[in-house]
Design a protein around this ligand. Structure first.
Ligand SMILES: Cc1cc2nc3c(=O)[nH]c(=O)nc-3n(C[C@H](O)[C@H](O)[C@H](O)COP(=O)(O)OP(=O)(O)OC[C@H]3O[C@@H](n4cnc5c(N)ncnc54)[C@H](O)[C@@H]3O)c2cc1C
Length: 310
């Protein structure tokens, strides 16, 4: 067990974490990153990124994450691809526990991201990224003139549906109830759109596919179990995201859904602990916004360390 005290430990290696690492390393803070077992984050699962500036021809997720990692490492970011099991923020230096070892740090940046909630319908795993997505902003443009489904009954489902009408020839919104979390204005807008059909009491039983990808789904009416088939080449699940904050065991203030609440710029409810990316972001959830917040957190952290150095 080492008693070395690091200046900053960064938890998570998505766009937010690597950007925080780049800035902290260039500020000579010698940051240590625990990148997690899902090193590289959510974008490791996606083949085409067309909306991250600097890649005029697009780039694959894993390739882009490798670039971010190499750039931060060039300035001295030290990375261990391990999960943080728990933290102790009750006193400084903060304690971070990894595979039974304890690490000490004057400051911590949390960038552990969020996971989209999936339906877990039959055949879903095989079609993830092959027609089924959880991000219309990211993948909508791949479905030009095609028929797509949106699953969900909240504002984000309505937003995704409206956004998808720019590309798709038809958008069917499926919701398992006839009560909606979506605001009336969003629901009315979706209902009034000529390309959108909103269908309550329909849930996905099985995803259908062939060698080229998704072909549709078998829908079930939860009231009586009756089924029908619908055809679609794309589907967007919009039933929410789950931020990864369980390992914090409530030591940092979060909202009801587990998103970390920023108190002063990127600082959390614990002085010296900062957060960036999807773990705080209830609205944008993009690689570029996560990277931007990673930059902000590193600058806030650097200034805080300067003002609070012992
Ligand atoms: C399929 C898919 C396609 C997408 N396509 C696009 C796109 O085209 N353009 C776009 O802008 N956005 C896209 N997004 C959204 C984008 O991936 C996220 O907004 C972005 O990755 C968020 O970055 P982040 O750094 O906050 O978190 P993440 O990328 O989620 O990274 C979180 C990191 O935290 C680590 N971690 C978690 N728990 C622990 C722990 N206990 N200890 C240590 N590490 C931990 C994980 O291993 C991971 O490295 C897509 C998302 C998905 C799922």
């Amino acid at each position: 067990m080492s008693d070395e005290v690091h200046e900053v430990i960064i938890i998570g290696s998505g766009p937010a974490g690597y950007t925080a690492g780049l800035y902290a390393a260039r500020a000579m803070l010698e940051p240590l990153m625990f990148g997690g077992y899902m090193s590289g984050g959510q974008l490791m699962l996606t083949s085409d990124i067309e909306n991250f500036p600097g890649y005029p021809k697009g780039v694959s997720g894993p390739e882009m994450m490798l670039h971010l990692r190499e750039q931060a490492e060039r300035f001295g970011l030290s990375i261990q691809d391990k999960n943080v099991e728990r933290v102790d923020f009750s006193e400084r230096p903060f304690k971070v526990f990894v595979e039974g070892e304890q690490f000490l740090s004057n400051a911590v940046i949390i960038s552990t991201g969020a996971e989209a909630i999936w339906l877990d319908a039959e055949n879903e795993k095989a079609q993830k990224g092959r027609g089924i997505s959880t991000c219309a902003t990211c993948d909508g443009a791949f479905f030009r003139d095609e028929e797509v489904l949106v699953i969900g009954g909240g504002d984000s489902a309505m937003e995704e549906a409206t956004f998808l009408t720019r590309f798709a020839s038809k958008v069917t919104v499926l919701h398992r109830r006839d009560t909606w979390k979506a605001s009336k204005v969003m629901l009315d807008r979706a209902n009034a759109h000529p390309k959108i059909e909103v269908r309550p009491f329909r849930q996905i039983k099985t995803w259908l596919s062939d060698d080229n990808g998704l072909t549709g789904a078998i829908l079930e009416d939860p009231r009586d179990g009756s089924t029908e088939e619908i055809s679609a080449t794309g589907a967007f699940i919009a039933i929410g995201h789950k931020p990864i904050t369980g390992f914090l065991e409530g030591q940092v203030e979060t909202d009801d859904h587990g998103y970390i609440i920023s108190k002063e710029f990127t600082m959390t409810s614990v002085e010296g602990v900062f957060a960036a990316g999807d773990v705080v972001d209830t609205r944008y959830k993009q690689a570029i916004t996560a990277a931007g917040m990673g930059c902000q957190a590193a600058i806030d952290c650097e200034r805080w360390l300067e003002e609070n150095s012992h």
